[in-house]
Design a protein. Structure first.
Length: 276
């Protein structure tokens, strides 16, 4: 095909709608041409060709558009079904609101527990015991270092070797050490309890505003804190067991000391009887 004819065909293809409209207008307005006019068959062929091209394009492109619309409709229906599943079955709004309300109620209980734990229970009236009591109830781990000096002020220091036997001094020293350790551990556990309450408040606050997809992550953090809390509880239980063990050991040491003094007393009585 000559290049000029290709250019004409391309121009006609790009302006086919305008040409069709122009031909229709001319066919309506212009007088009917005589059959002998030379351009009448050419115009008829052009109109017929353009009409065929237009029908072909309409049928092909229109069919593709119909298929695309059907596909998009199916995809939209699938997304709507998934959305309905999450909103009505997996994460229904009513149950989410109910869970958040429950979290708010539990938060109120935690606040009550915090208020109860902070009730003042100081009872000492004298200067030295009052100072030691304030340290023990301070819930401040930085005050642990002052426990030993305040303890010795109230309970007296270890007696010198000239005032007590080595065995008795060992028992006294061990008892004082266990008592001071328990006091220091109590301050640390109180401070830990405050941190746990703060963590619980933070978790509860986050759960109130958490999206359903993020709630399991917060629950996992809460579970980790629960395990840690159990560990601290075991520490406190171990400290109580140590105090009980020291108490029993003191009872045993006292019985042993009494037995030893009994032997000494019996020997002294026998010596007195022999002298007579």
């Amino acid at each position: 095909m000559p290049k000029a004819l290709q250019n004409v065909s391309g121009w006609m293809w790009r302006h086919r709608l305008k040409i069709i409209a122009l031909v229709l207008v001319l066919s309506i307005l212009a007088p009917k041409p005589a059959p002998a006019q030379i351009f009448s068959p050419v115009v008829a062929i052009i109109v017929s060709a353009l009409t065929s091209i237009n029908q072909a394009l309409t049928s092909v492109i229109g069919g593709a558009l119909n298929i695309m619309n059907q596909t998009l409709g199916a995809i939209q229906g699938l997304f709507q079904a998934v959305q309905d599943l999450f909103q009505k079955v997996v994460y229904p709004q009513a149950l989410i609101d109910r869970a958040r309300g429950l979290v708010g109620q539990v938060m109120g209980m935690y606040n009550q527990i915090r208020a109860i734990s902070q009730v003042a229970v100081h009872s000492a009236t004298l200067a030295n015991p009052k100072r030691l009591e304030q340290t023990l109830l301070s819930r401040d781990p930085l005050s642990i270092g002052s426990v030993s000096s305040q303890f010795q002020t109230v309970y007296q220091p270890l007696p010198p070797a000239t005032d007590a036997s080595p065995e008795l001094r060992d028992v006294i020293d061990m008892t004082d050490a266990a008592s001071q350790a328990a006091m220091k551990r109590a301050i640390a556990i109180d401070a830990i309890a405050d941190q746990e309450l703060q963590a619980a408040d933070r978790l509860m606050t986050e759960l109130q505003v958490a999206a359903p997809g993020t709630a399991p992550m917060i629950e996992a953090q809460a579970s980790a804190w629960l395990v840690r809390s159990h560990a601290y509880t075991q520490t406190a239980l171990a400290e109580s067991m140590r105090l009980r063990a020291i108490d029993l050991a003191n009872v045993g040491a006292e019985m042993k000391s009494n037995a030893k003094h009994g032997v000494i007393t019996r020997q002294q009585l026998e010596m007195m009887m022999e002298r007579r």
